[in-house]
Design a protein around this ligand. Structure first.
Ligand SMILES: O=P(O)(O)OC[C@@]1(O)O[C@H](CO)[C@@H](O)[C@@H]1O
Length: 323
């Protein structure tokens, strides 16, 4: 069982433009779609599509459009009433797949609601293989929320605690890293921010640099770093090595949720007992399949092509050079 917690879920509205985005002008959209979202929600949508037992935990009232959509789609979830509407995020996709995303803050979670949410996670986490802590934190939630959950989980369940994956950004991710999660899934920008590299673009184009930055995090106690690099592929770093996975070029339609699908691919492969590089291969295949689908549509395992992924063992540099 894989549990995800999305403290700041969203209703994702994707507007598909039939030409390039023109700032300051009225544009007629080709089409638009709405999907229940937030990173942990997308991960469970992807796992569910492949028949992997999973549960999305999120704050949200039963009649909220996000929960209604999850129910209608048969996505396993558990909402916690908050008496406020879940935020709506907007994505504008252009014909070449360029995606502009606008995310809003979301409703405040009070201290009592945060406490209840943590208790719900603890209740559902018993016996789970993974707990994924996913996305931004809503207003009112302290930046060490994910770190505190990781520590609480390990103190309550000891050696039986689920493995913890964190897919977030900024201060919540930095705080979570200090708690030594089993896996983090940064993109180039998040990895650059975490490791103090001023230019994220330099990372995206250079998998060896990505691996070196990730090695620094592994040296501080993160068990594995899965760095997703968009069309450049994905890099996995563990204490045992560093690998690059690259997919053949795809026609991208929307990159929203592609990273979430990558993480779902990694997790489903890993719980099936695959090796770390093979799990990376599945992550890359899932990410590419997701980017070729509209909106935040997630692929099923059968829609992915792991055999087309090229895996390369990255030789970075001797351990003593790690700074
Ligand atoms: O604002 P956050 O929590 O960082 O990200 C939210 C979000 O952009 O993440 C998903 C894509 O990864 C979308 O479903 C959702 O709108």
């Amino acid at each position: 069982m894989i549990i995800t917690l999305t403290p700041n879920p969203s209703l994702d509205r994707t507007i598909e433009l039939s030409g390039p985005l023109a700032r300051g002008e009225v544009q007629r959209a080709g089409s638009s779609r709405e999907e229940p979202g937030g990173k942990g929600v997308n991960i469970v949508r992807a796992l569910e599509a492949s028949g992997v037992p999973s549960l999305a935990i999120l704050p949200g009232d039963d009649r909220d459009p996000v929960l209604v959509a999850l129910r209608a789609a048969g996505v396993p979830h558990r909402g916690m009433p908050i008496g406020a509407t879940i935020r709506s995020n907007i994505a504008l996709t252009e014909i070449d797949g360029t995606t502009t995303k606008i995310n809003v803050p979301g409703p405040v979670l009070s201290a009592a609601q945060q406490h209840d949410l943590i208790e719900l996670v603890m209740e559902k986490a018993e016996g789970a293989a993974w707990l994924v802590l996913a996305g931004s934190l809503p207003p009112g939630v302290p930046v060490d929320f994910y770190a505190a959950i990781t520590r609480e989980l390990r103190s309550r369940f000891g050696r039986n605690a689920p493995l913890v994956a964190v897919d977030s950004s900024g201060a919540p991710l930095a705080a979570a890293v200090a708690a030594g999660p089993d896996l983090i899934k940064p993109n180039a920008e998040e990895l650059a921010e975490l490791t103090g590299i001023p230019d994220p673009d330099s990372l995206e184009g250079d998998p060896v640099l990505v691996a070196r930055a990730a090695e620094r995090l592994v040296a501080t106690g993160v068990r594995a770093v899965l760095a997703t690099l968009g069309s450049k592929g994905a890099v996995l770093v563990t204490a045992d090595g560093a690998w690059l996975a690259q997919t053949p070029p795809i026609v991208a339609r929307s990159t929203v949720g592609a990273g979430d699908s990558s993480l779902a691919g990694y997790l489903l492969s890993s719980i099936a007992g695959d090796s770390a590089p093979d799990s990376l291969r599945q992550a890359a295949a899932h990410g590419a399949a997701a980017a070729s689908l509209p909106g935040s549509t997630v692929p099923a395992l059968s829609q992915t092509r792991p055999d087309d992924v090229t895996l390369t063992l990255l030789h970075t540099h001797p351990k003593e050079d790690v700074q």
